[in-house]
Design a protein around this ligand. Sequence first.
Ligand code: FE2
Length: 318
Amino acid sequence: MTLFRRIDRYELEDSVRDLLAKEITERVSTSPLDSDADDTILAGIGAHALRRYLPGEVLHGLEVFSHSGNHALILANLPLQENLPDTPVSGFGDEPELAVVNALHLGLVRLMRATPFAVSFENDGRLIRNVVPNPAASGKTSSWGADSEFFWHSDNPHQPFGLPGSDPRPYMPQYLTFVALRNEERVPTEIAAIEDVVVRLDQQTLEQLLAPEFDVGAPDSNEGDKTQPLKGTPILSQDAEGRYRVRFDRGTTTGRTPAAAAALERWCEVLRTVPAEELVLEPGVFLVFDNYRVLHRRRRFEPKPAAQARWLRRCYAA
Ligand SMILES: [Fe+2]
């Protein structure tokens, strides 16, 4: 069967990595830079260095990614700062300590011509989420979990799809961007293209999933009761270009009719067999994927001792 998943992959030469490290380290050293208060300054520093040193092919790939129709982009061998702090397993650490990483992360988002954003109902309203095994999230299907398997899902699927040129915050985040700092456990981040799911559905199930007969609630990571479920929505729909897009989280999605509930069961069965890319994100890897056209998951894992535990940095962008 044809595979629809398309991933752009780039890897920097060590010489480029070292030039980036040198320039960004110098430029962030004049004053403490916080990822929330100083995000624009960090993005400017990162984007400037990246424009100067990245090969033209990589710059072009980042610039056109959002229009390319590709599902994900990976850029490996970014510099990591020396003396990386311990993994902040409680969820939050000292952001100015990570100024080099933040300048790279936010600079890459800027080169994609995307806007990084935070939402008030998640992650304490902070821009960067530390994806870490937080003992307080034990048993929850959250990005702070480790002991629960995360089935295929989209992030914040209970929000409407965004409209070009609008404030992204009330909408489902279109892009999830990550920078990996530690992954000694070698836990894969798995992604699957929606077209590879759709092609495996029977016609009746597909039609049912396109019908507005589902309720989709907020995931565990949402705080408080500020976010309402999306009621009477389809799981699958098509964008202006006729491409499929998806909203789904098994734990929070229900069918409003017996037919919708049956289609949901068949959907989950198909998801169990969908071809997936298992991305073991090494330290210094940047990953972006389209949260409207990709489902992702992470299986349960045994974290390393707290200070050295798996640590990804995630930022929404639109
Ligand atoms: Fe997720």
